[in-house]
Design a protein. Sequence first.
Length: 639
Amino acid sequence: MSFSFFNIDQNNFESIFPFFIEMDDSLRITNAGISIKKILPHIEGKIITDVFNFNLPILLDVNFETISKHTHQVFILESFEGEILFRKQALAFEKERKLFFIGTPWLLDNKFLEKNGLKNTDFALHDTTVYMLQTEKNNDTETIKKEQLSLIQLSISKVLANTDIFETAISDVIKIICDLFDWKCGVFWMSSDVEYLKMKEESNQSLDGETNLKCFSFWQNEDISKTTFEKWILNKTFLIAEGLKGSVLKENRSYSGKNYFSEYESSDFKDLEKNENFSFHSMFPVVNYGKELGILEFFSDNIDKKDMELVNNLIVINDQLDQYILKKQSDWILKENERRYRLKLEQKVEERTFQLNEEKIYAEQQREIAETNRKLAEEQKEIIIESQREILDSIQYASFIQRAMLTSEEYITKNLKHDYFIFYKPKDIVSGDFYWAVEHNNAFYFSTSDCTGHGVPGAFMSLLNISFLNENVIERNVLEPADILNEQREAIIKALNPTGTENSQDGMDCVLTKFDFEKNLLTFSGANNNLYIVRDKKITEYKGDKMPVGLYGGETRPFKQKEIEMKKGDLVYSFTDGLPDQFGGPIGKKFKRSHLIELLKDNCHLSLTEQKEILSEALKEWMKGYEQIDDILVIGLRI
């Protein structure tokens, strides 16, 4: 077992939390503290809900997520074996999918300890339950004090076990302590910012305000003036953060002393102090699982010195009150949950009765609706299938037209008379990427083009651009690549916006090259795409203009062109953005232009047929588990 979550080894962890429970995300108990295994020896390996009932908080579904959301609350778990109550806090580790419960058994006397063979060493040193195990006798005086303390705890335990109303329970606790020390009276000052205790439904007492202490319950013997004492305590309030009481609560410590009544300056208390000889008082904080509930305060005329140490040890009753409050809250929540469950069950019975009365008619209606829907679905399915078939036939025919418009590889091979490859992979049946070539006026023109969109819209744009390229070069004898792109842009804008009122920004990106093999001269003009030439295993990038062939938001400038002197063995590459933008690889990123350029450079010594195969295999390997997102076109030519 590893305790890396807590940065502590196992021995130290178990000494701090001897009753811990560790679970995996299926709530199976994987480990438990040595002390809890004394009580429940077969706990490991079981599902937590097979061992304990979750009394508090009320969870509709007990699982890893619901427990993780309640780590700020106290869990009250009741074992099915022996009906033992445990008070626990949950710790959740989301990353490791681990849960821990830390806490202690809920004990009110020593009988349970003796029955299960538990000793003081089975509890953490900070556990207040250890006080119940301090039975060693060092000397007669110490023994008497411990027996008195045990007597007080036992008496309080009996009262708390048999009292349902918190106000009555507090009053009885005050009486027990006053009787033991022969004190005159006591009062419980409760913090007004504490949420009102649910289990005290029978009492009509309520709290108001936000930052003060006021009387919640009290007891007095018959010797003091009842009217004067009640009048004083019921009208008195204290600021919770100030004075001696504020210090007792803040530091969570008891106080016992004489003649410290500066906070009680009132005529009523002065009469009490004078008439009843109030010269000594003692205060103890009451804390419920870290929440400051209030202060128990006692008044008397004197106290024996031998009782002072015992008085200071009375702070241990806070743990008994803490357990009592949690238990009563848990009981009330269980009763309330049972009441709500009964109401919900009755409501469901009524709803079910109504449903049964209507069920026969409803079922018949549903059968008729289902049959009608089935027939309608079959008819719609046939219509959809037929429509899809017609659309697919139309697209297939459009593909035939597009292929017919593309320059055939037979024509390119016959007129180019140089080694080349065309790696063309449309995303859909038809494509927005296209290649175009023509031999004209002793020059060979080659275009690598990417129209706006892909699929059917892209295909329409490609047909339009192929038509304009043929018209501009062959019919109108526009010979320079830059002039061709300028004329192409004007024709596209007019075709898509004949009235000048539309704002269509459709067009194409392209690399247009003109080869004059007699002069060994290459003329290049580009729209948003670049040309790459590999010479002596070094690659040179020639950039095109950063604008498309078509209408766009930027400044419309004439296209520029570059003349490049060719040498035998030069490799000329051009491509669209389809392959660089393709997602894939081990972490789903883009292929990237730099990756493609390196791939072309690394394999430039191979034949162009082999280079095409390498591109195909590289794309196939890159796209494993991913769909093609765009049309792909790469063209290579060796001089």
